[in-house]
Design a protein around this ligand. Sequence first.
Ligand SMILES: NC(=O)c1ccc[n+]([C@@H]2O[C@H](COP(=O)([O-])OP(=O)(O)OC[C@H]3O[C@@H](n4cnc5c(N)ncnc54)[C@H](O)[C@@H]3O)[C@@H](O)[C@H]2O)c1
Length: 266
Amino acid sequence: MSRTRFTGKVAVVTGGASGIGAAVARLFHDEGASVVIGDLDEAGGAAFADSLGNARAAFLKTDVSDYDQVKALVDLAVSKFGRLDILFNNAGVGSFSRIADLPVEDWKRTIAVNLDAVFYGCKAAIPVMRAQGGGAIVSTASASGMAGDFGFGAYNAAKAGVINFTRTAAIDHARHGIRVNAVCPGPVDTPILSGVDAVPGLRPVWEDCVPMGRFAQAEEIAAVVAFLASDEASYLTGVSIPVDGGLTAHTGQPNLHRWMGDEVEG
Ligand SMILES: NC(=O)c1ccc[n+]([C@@H]2O[C@H](COP(=O)([O-])OP(=O)(O)OC[C@H]3O[C@@H](n4cnc5c(N)ncnc54)[C@H](O)[C@@H]3O)[C@@H](O)[C@H]2O)c1
């Protein structure tokens, strides 16, 4: 049975050319929303928006680390579709280096794309939503915002920032009818993790860290984002929901199923 949770709604999705953002944009669109996709990848974003059809989809090349470009993306949603009900702050980049070796420019870029952009999106969208009487904002944080990982210093800091910013934004605008929440994915099979398979043996070790024993598909994250963006989540604000196959439920002690002969079943 097809669902219609977003009929008549207008959504902005950043990082919507690929991975989680594309899965969310497709789901919003399939359930009736008009979607405005912002991404640095001009060819990929335009092709994806075209694949959704021009009537309820638009693309704007956007670098989310630049406030003026994020504001232009929000302005496009309003000028083309007349309103803005949902903002999905999702564009992100990884970075990998021990702290002492991490170039200052990598630190700045990682914080700018993953954290500054979430503030920029909220700053641009909230006045529009407030004037309309409400809206829903969802951001992509990460399981890596809930604890530390080897070599992920800048990314860990940025995503932890998204989680706490989500709380404050929710509190600031609760009385304006605007809900602000986040998702914290564990590993998801998207291009951002394409390097995993270039390192022999890394994937099974990483999968074994996840109690469910596998990476997520982007659609499994999209389902939770859509719930948070929908009226079904009408009393939820300020939360960051792990969508991680149990990764952050785990203390990090040895995964004893290996010694118990208890492998993942079908
Ligand atoms: N894949 C994972 O394992 C995983 C886990 C936790 C969190 N996340 C987060 O999910 C979000 C989406 O990532 P994904 O897994 O779909 O990866 P992805 O690489 O498929 O998608 C990221 C998208 O962001 C875009 N982007 C990068 N920098 C940008 C910028 N400055 N301005 C605009 N767009 C930009 C890219 O062009 C790309 O389309 C990111 O915030 C990422 O940190 C991913």
